[in-house]
Design a protein around this ligand. Structure first.
Ligand SMILES: O=P(O)(O)OC[C@H]1O[C@H](OP(=O)(O)OP(=O)(O)O)[C@H](O)[C@@H]1O
Ligand code: HPA
Ligand SMILES: [Mg+2]
Length: 183
């Protein structure tokens, strides 16, 4: 009932549940091979990356530690404010650790570019990024992303962790909103 209501707000599905699972399995294999014999720390970026973190980490067949940061630059709108705030910092020191930042989406790149500079200053042994989605046409800054799930067009998307005004995060797929929802 509720799911039907939620789906009614969508214009189209961009990435299906099956496509997400398939791509995360491929990325997990790549990551497991790249980090073999190394101690890996996954850093999830709340709240959007919760679903990616949950599914990617379970697809990984190596030991990992997990920590979380919460940063916010979007508030309740569909445009990045460019001002990034730390809402929750990491619990532990990352100096000397191999850190893989896990993100749901790289849109303007402003959040990630700020976050990487912040994390780099804490002197990890290595620092890479895994993101489910990337919008190449929306990039305002260049960020080097080692693992990308899907490149998507410059449209506002929701689902699989991604929200519009805190809604739609629980959709199992990624889709675009019907214009009537945000106009
Ligand atoms: O590349 P950018 O243009 O900076 O956008 C990407 C960031 O924006 C979203 O987070 P948001 O600030 O909305 O917080 P949330 O994860 O809690 O939804 C998303 O989860 C990324 O972290
Ligand atoms: O397209 C998007 N959807 C939801 N949240 C976002 N944060 C950055 N880009 C997006
Ligand atoms: Mg986020």
């Amino acid at each position: 009932m509720q799911q039907a209501d939620v789906a009614g707000d969508l214009e189209k599905v961009l990435v299906t549940e099956e496509q997400i699972a398939g791509r995360l399995a491929e990325l997990a294999e790549q990551i497991a091979a790249d980090y073999e014999g190394r101690d890996l720390l996954l850093v999830g970026v709340l709240k959007g990356a919760v679903m990616v973190m949950a599914d990617l980490s379970r697809a990984l067949r190596i030991h990992v530690d997990m920590d979380w940061m919460a940063v916010s630059s979007y508030g309740s709108g569909t445009k990045s404010s460019g001002v990034v705030r730390i809402l929750k910092d990491l619990d532990r020191d990352i100096s000397g650790r191999h850190v893989l930042v896990v993100e749901d989406i790289i849109d303007s790149g402003l959040t990630l570019s700020w976050l990487l500079a912040n994390l780099r200053s804490r002197q990890p042994a290595s620092l890479e990024v895994a993101a489910l989605l990337r919008k190449p046409e929306a990039a305002k800054v260049d960020v080097d992303v080692r693992y990308v799930g899907f490149d998507i067009p410059e449209e506002f998307v929701v689902g699989y962790g991604l929200d519009y005004a805190e809604k739609y995060r629980n959709l199992p797929f990624v889709g675009t909103l019907a214009p009537h929802v945000y106009r």
